[in-house]
Design a protein around this ligand. Sequence first.
Ligand code: NAI
Length: 249
Amino acid sequence: MKYDLNGQIVVITGAARGIGFAIAEAFAKADATVIIIDIAAEMVEKAVTSLKAISEKVFGYAGNVVDSLGIEALFAAIAAQHGRIDCLINNAGITRDNLLLRMKEEEWSLVLDINLKGSFICTQKAFKHMMKTRKGSIINIASVIGLMGNAGQANYAASKGGLIAFTKSCAKEFASRNIRVNAVAPGFIETEMTATLSPEIRAEYAKVIPLQKMGNPADVAKLCLFLASDESAYITGQTVAVDGGLTMH
Ligand code: NAI
């Protein structure tokens, strides 16, 4: 399906590479105005340059999702320049895997901070602008790990499980303002985050995935297009898995 999101102002965090970049690419192809935020200025510049080949309406800023004041200023500048914010995609996320007994408090805190608190900060700052237009779609990139847990990823699972609960609360709180909030739970997707997995682990995963393969960032991006568009106007508070059937909830 081809989406026409011309006129939509879409902000995507952690979009300089991986799933976020694929989402930015899909929205650029759908003619939306795409604003990339990522922590490293150099990566942002590279991503924007590459996406400009698709659309002139791609902009990028270096920003850290846990920098509350910085994000507030950035979103205010985006709203001032483009008139509003229609869609926020909270995609920035990290892993710091360790078995629980060995997990350092810093590993716990960093993952919870970036994955969960970062989404809270960006949502709160974007909501202020969306309230004015009484329309918006917020998409939180969670994970199947937030639904089913994983040994060695207690911090990551807690952050993504928290993000799913956060999604439901925001969906209830924002519904009267016509702002929808949904979560996407990717399964095992081929990106730099999962590139470190050994061939043995990949083969193990493929065995338990009904569609018997890892997914692509573009698979996640397609769902984001749907959730940002009016085609999903009556859908809020949901967590949709893009996981080849791994979780069936
Ligand atoms: P990635 O590591 O390739 O990309 C994450 C991006 O977030 C990077 O560009 C990084 O610079 C940025 N980032 C990290 N901390 C940031 C911060 N504090 N502020 C701003 N930007 C920051 O990861 P990938 O695989 O593309 O994952 C994207 C999202 O999808 C994450 O939330 C991840 O948890 C989730 N996910 C990924 C899966 C996978 O199989 N790759 C599966 C399920 C969920």
